[in-house]
Write a protein that binds this ligand. Sequence first.
Ligand code: 2IT
Length: 449
Amino acid sequence: MNAYLASVIENVKTKHANEPEFVQTVEEVFSSLEPVIERHPEYEKADLLNRLVEPERMFTFRVTWMADDGTWHTNIGYRCQFNGAIGPYKGGLRFQKNVYPGIIKFLGFEQIFKNSLTGLPIGGAKGGSDFDPAGKSDAEVMRFCQSFMQALYRYIGPDIDVPAGDMGVGGREIGYLFGEYRRLKGCWENGVLTGKGFSYGGSRIRPEATGFGAVYYLENVLKHFGEDIKGKTIAISGFGNVAWGIVKKAHELGAKVVTLSGPDGYIYDPDGIVTDEKINYMLEMRASGRNRVQDYSDKFGCEFHAGEKPWGVKVDVIMPAAMQNDVHMEQAKQIAANHIKYYIEVANMPTTNDALKFLIDQKDMVVAPSKAVNAGGVATSALEMAQNSERLVWTAEEVDKQLHQIMNTIYTMSVEAAERNGLGYNLVAGANIAGFERVADAMMQQGIF
Ligand code: 2IT
């Protein structure tokens, strides 16, 4: 490997030994950049990479809130404004018990390249809290969100930093966060958050966008191999908002999703999640807060596999859509043994680096990386920002058309970037390179700081 790249990775490993997810994503992105770094000696001269791995700003804040029983609780809030070279910081908030700086930094770092790939003017950021939403009442969630925003509102804004949802933060949380922002600022800056309800500035198709975009990306891959999405079977993990969007669009295009998973295990529905009743039930399951996918098999009478993941099921396409490090080496081997041709990542960093490398090296397998495949979510957030600043509302058709175009462009740009760098048809390296090139160029033009 290029000596400069290797030295920056070493530096990150030493400095962030206690943040393994962040080290993992830096290694993954940088493993694709060798040809670019060799071609641009000025990057090393300006020490671009050591600057890139350091967030421009990252802070924590105290979030104290009252539970329904009158007891007080204190959580940690985070915001990492990782890179603002190409636009206002943009990225989701994750509320989950396991949130710590390593998770926020890995997500923020991924977000830089993902946002760059969309071609839209958005920098990379992420935030969240170790608040555990499981089992909390609406009133508790509201008080938590209000307290969270009381600490955060000074540091965000439509031209500064625009948070959105991620795991544990959906329409309900965004509503409470926006309400508190508006109350504190006393002004209607609805471009300050995305994923809002449609009644107060949210965009059509934003709830569906990540899943829809992933399927549009998949269609591009299938087309490259002369195949049609119609009739394909798909195994996915997760059963949240992203999974719902995939299921909906896959069904619309004649494919069928046959698995869903949760912390309790996975369901296998060989008929496919293809009726309105089944698709809508996914929303009900998520809203119930029970966080159990077994409810689906109880209702529709299909198989449930307790404590397992759906990676042993024989299908045409696998789409991990739940969380980071969902697929390890052992499962990657199983996927390869089953001769699954299409491995399409959807969740942020769902594959460990060794498993990802193993899958890429399989001769008859095509691997697509999450930072490209799931970029339709944040891209549609940028379309929401555009509508808010124009004081306009676009129709679902308009938004969907733009989303579709953006996904096609992301795919094409990735293919071309890999080819240009002599890497052949390599969607993973292509996405890393294309995402990096735009940010690197912007950073170089703006001077060293
Ligand atoms: O991981 C992601 O891209 C998101 N959670 C969405 C971010 C956004 O700003 O819509």
